[in-house]
Structures are given as C-alpha cells and as structure tokens.
Design a protein around this ligand. Sequence first.
Ligand SMILES: [Mg+2]
Length: 449
Amino acid sequence: MFDKVIFHIDVNSAYLSWEAVYRLQHVGGHVDLREQVCAVGGDAAMRHGIILAKSLPAKRFGIHTGESILEARQKCPQLMIVPPNYGLYEQSSAAFMNILKEYSPEVEQYSIDEAFMDMTGTRGLWGPPRMAAERIRQEISGRLGFTVNVGVSSNKLLAKMASDFKKPDRVHTLFPEEIPEKMWPLPVADLFFVGRATAKKLHTMGIFTIGELARQDPELIKYHLKKHGEVIWAFANGMDVSPVLPEPPANKGYGNSTTIAFDVTDAGTARLVLLSLAEMVAARLRSDGVCAGVVSVTVKYDDLKSVSHQRTLPEGTNITSELFGHAGRLFDELWDGRPIRHLGIHTGRISRASGVRQISFADPVDYEKLGRLDAMVDAVRDRYGRDAMMRASFARREKVRSGSRGDGPASGMYGKPGNGAAKIQNLEHMAGGVSREKWTVDYTKVPVE
Ligand SMILES: [Mg+2]
C-alpha cells in the first residue's frame, strides 16, 4: 500500500509566544514573556476574562487555558497578564503559514496556530519525513522567532496526536507501528475528540487509557456513545482517512473565513455569520471593481472534517445580498446538523465589473437597484466608518447588547438566529469573530519591560 506522509504543525503557546517575540523584536522589550510566569488574558479589567494562553512557567503553577483570570490569580498571585492582540496573531499566523507553503502546496490551516500538511512525495526535495520536519521546525524558529511542535505520521489524526507529545520545539513521529508504544498508554482523555463528558462515560465503563478503548468491542462503544463512539474507537486504533484540504489560493479569488468563538448549532446563527462574511467579501469585490463568477462555502466541524461546496453563477456579481443568497443555499446543501467551528465564503472566476447585466424574465430581480443600494452603503461606510450602517438582523443584536429588549426574533431573508442569542452578541456585522477593541494593542499604554 502507498503510505501518505502527513504533518501536523502546532505553534507552542501561540498567543503568548507571538506577543513575546513582538515585544522583543519590535517594541524594545528585554524580557522574554515565555520565560516569565505570564499569560495572555482576555479583558483583565472584566471579571469574566479568561486565560487564552500561558507560558510554561505559568503552566507549572497549574494554570489552564480557558479558566478565568480570577481562578488563575488564586493559584498564582504574581501571574503577569498581557492583553490579547488579534491583529498581531493574524500577521504571525500568516507568516507561519507562508513558510509551510514553501514546503508543500497541500497545506490546510486548521486553526490560527495549527496546520496539516500533506508531504507525500516530497522526499526528493526535503529528505525523509523526520528530516523534513526538523528542517521546517528550525526554519520557523530561525526566521520568525517562535517555536513549533511537528507531528509526523501517515494520517491527520496520528500527526495531530504526535504534535501534542512533549513540548516545546520538538518533532515527534507516530507511525501506525508506534501506536501501541506511544499512544495506547496515554489517558483516554488525551485522545483527540474525547471531551470531558465522554472521558467520564468511558471511565464508568472501566476504560482509562487509549489502549483500553482501542481493544474494546466497537459495538459496545457504539451502543453507549452512538456515532461519536464509532469515531473515537477508530481514532484509538489510529484510523482516519480524512484528506488534507488546502484552501483555494487567495490570489485567485476573494474570500473570507472565520473561526467562531463558540460552537454554532443552529442555521440562523450560521446564516448570520455567513452574512457578515458576505458583507466583507462583496465590499472588497466592489472596491476593486470586480465581480465573482463562482461562490464556494466551507464548513468545518469540531472534528477533523471540513466540507465545501461551490456553484457557478449564471452571471458574475458583487452584490452583497446576491452573494449571501448563494452562500446560504450552498450552506443548506452542506450542513449535516453538527456543531460548526469555522465558516468560510470564497469566490472565484473574477472578472471586471461591467455594470451591464442581461435582464431575464425568469429572474425578476432588479439588480441595478441592489447595486445602487450597495454603492450607497459603501459610500456611507467609507465616510462614517464600518458601523455607520448595518443590516437589521445585526442591529437588533446591538439592541440586545445595549440592554434594551429586542422586539421579537429577526426574520426575513436572513433567517432567525436560534437559541445562541447571548453568544450572537459577539458576532461582528462585517467579517465576524473578534471584537475590534481586541484587534490591536496600544503599546504606549501597556507596560513593556
Ligand atoms: Mg498551539
């Protein structure tokens, strides 16, 4: 059989490392945050701020990502907390991904600080897998100043498990023949896709290690844990057939995607996210005076799976509502009801906008009018800022945010946001994801040692 070579590359303490490198290289800092008892925390001023990343010294105090700043400070009163800087993370992430793309065209960005690479057939260029992985690891730390772990195997699951072995700055292999020795002794909670609740259930069944799960009767696991049981049993045995899915090259089209801060479980919220993405993509098409002839939507689930779907449009467009309409239909065809982690809209077959469009009696939409509407919205936003105009479905959410009650669920073509109303407050009406206050850090106000 022809074996694949798959890498999983994971930045060590990404947010903290990126902040540390930035302070050392660009703000004149002398202290390496990675060597301090330090964490990146969301909104230290707010009581419910959480730890987003921590240094290894902070980890030794038992500080976890995701716990509240309050809890972390109880464990370690001297903990130094630095604010998040998502703009910096995006830049660091892009530089990191660009290096990976020099080694293989098949790079799938899995999150802001993680990627899978299909390195099959690159031996002639970069040598055997381990050597190639070492080279990538060294090049990233040499050129960018932060460290990564590289997991090497023949599928995504095993590569991801391998990159999580001892950190930082290491290459680990986990080939199928190494599973019994390297993976099976680990606690079952360490298996990818086994959350706290599942681990608890497995414990009551007397399953404590990955090996114990692997050797169980799959029917029994399936009986207790349904479909999810089948998946984790296969994972415990190192089985995973999902391919590395590179995003379409950015220069060939205009696209936008976002990793959502919470799991989206209803179509209404997903549509709201798609709308915010469509707003941004369409505005960029218009500002460059071009139209897109192909639209695709990508949905990533909270396992390794990612699906996408595209359609060719009868006529090129840069109209927000039209782009969103196509994206919404593609989404409906794609989504299987599972929690969504990441959504993207990409466009292709870019052509100059002619402003002329064939009028069809079968399609009685006044595109010219919609085009004028978009042009007006662009003009207002140019002059008064992005937030000067937003869709009603987001405006209602603004009302919720500001404390007054909204008057019933938003409806109409953009659909109803579901039960995640409180979470929806965190969505941006353009682009989506991260609030703009967190986008940049004013280093004149943040003490840098
Ligand atoms: Mg990481």
